[in-house]
Design a protein around this ligand. Structure first.
Ligand code: UT7
Length: 308
């Protein structure tokens, strides 16, 4: 069946780096606690969601040998839009000169995988060249006096160009899930700050990643043993390790970038994916499993055969 394949990728992170030591100057916390409980060492802070998305998008377009005028659809995953109206995708569309339509997807930290699956579906109904971006500035909705959140978050963006192909596409299987009964576990009201019930999210997250990954793999006719690289949402190194262990995926088959970026919500999976591509951990034919979870709660997994 024809589908779509990734032909370009790029990231953007703000210049400013905030270390655990920096945070322990103003918060009752320590590098030792943050490292042991989360795996985070530092994070980038600053910029705007549209600005980071445009920069990541430019890199992805350049890598694909395209410009914005070649793109007939822009899908932007974000949970920290620049404004309520217009969609941040409109600003990014103008910044990149995207020729076609543009819309935002908010599925919190699962947003990039939601957006990627939607983009694959759009390729099946005629879209030719699609830019998929995950971009976040969680720092803007963070109470920097609240250690339960401030130590976790980071800002950044990652983008991929998806091009329709006559041959087989990359997407072999997917699974999207949501349970709004759990919506109070992670939330930010208009004008407020991010709140999360870390312990409860942790518990649901491990289960959600495992179950969702297994369903997506089953739909692809594969098992965890077939996965060459697991690219999970980067919320906590302990969540990643617990999920990978229970899936039977050894350390050399999964990506961890949380030490450098913290939790960047819908930017975390593209940041990790691009890191894996830049370090040659993904090759043509590699089976790549993306899986995320987040506020909503939502969860999402996609199984790709790299290059189709
Ligand atoms: O992207 C999706 C959204 N979010 C998540 O996925 C978050 C998932 N949850 C987590 O990552 C973890 O639950 C946290 C990192 C948020 C917290 O780790 P934890 O192991 O669940 O710690 P805890 O909340 O059980 O706290 C353990 C202790 C407590 O002290 P006592 O009661 O044992 O004396 C806390 O008061 O650590 C204390 N504590 C801290 N100490 C230093 C809590 N936060 C901090 C801190 N620094 N920042």
């Amino acid at each position: 069946m024809p589908g779509a394949i990734v032909t370009g990728w790029g990231i953007a992170v703000p210049d400013k780096v905030v270390t655990n030591e920096d945070l322990s100057l103003t918060l009752d916390t320590s590098d030792a606690w943050i490292t042991e409980r989360t795996g985070i060492k530092e994070r980038h802070i600053g910029g705007t969601t549209s600005g980071l998305a445009i920069e990541a998008g430019e890199h992805a377009l350049k890598r694909a040998g395209l410009t914005g005028s070649d793109i007939d659809l822009l899908v932007l995953a974000t949970t920290t839009p620049d404004a309520i109206v217009p969609g941040t995708s409109a600003t990014v569309q103008a910044g990149l000169g995207v020729a076609g339509g543009a819309f935002d997807v908010n599925a919190a930290c699962s947003g990039f995988v939601y957006a990627l699956v939607v983009a694959h579906g759009m390729a099946l109904v005629g879209a030719q060249k699609i830019l998929v971006v995950g971009s976040e500035t969680l720092s803007r909705i963070t109470d920097w006096d609240d250690r339960s959140v401030a130590i976790l978050v980071g800002d950044g963006a990652g983008a991929v160009v998806l091009e329709a192909t006559e041959g087989p596409g990359e997407l072999l299987g997917w699974h999207l899930g949501a349970d709004g009964e759990l919506r109070d576990l992670l939330k930010c009201d208009h004008g407020g700050h991010l709140y999360m019930n870390g312990k409860e999210i942790f518990r649901h997250a491990v289960r959600a990643v495992i179950d969702s990954s297994l369903i997506a793999l089953e739909r692809a006719g594969l098992t965890p043993d077939d996965v060459d690289l697991f690219v999970p949402h980067q919320a906590n190194a302990r969540i990643i390790t617990a999920a990978a262990q229970r899936l039977g995926i050894a350390e050399d088959r999964y990506v961890v970038t949380i030490d450098r970026y913290g939790n960047t919500s819908s930017a975390s999976i593209p940041l990790a994916l691009v890191d894996a591509l830049e370090t040659d951990r993904i090759k043509p034919g590699s089976i790549v499993l993306l899986s995320g979870f987040g506020g909503g709660m939502t969860w999402a997994s996609a199984v790709l055969r790299w290059g189709g």
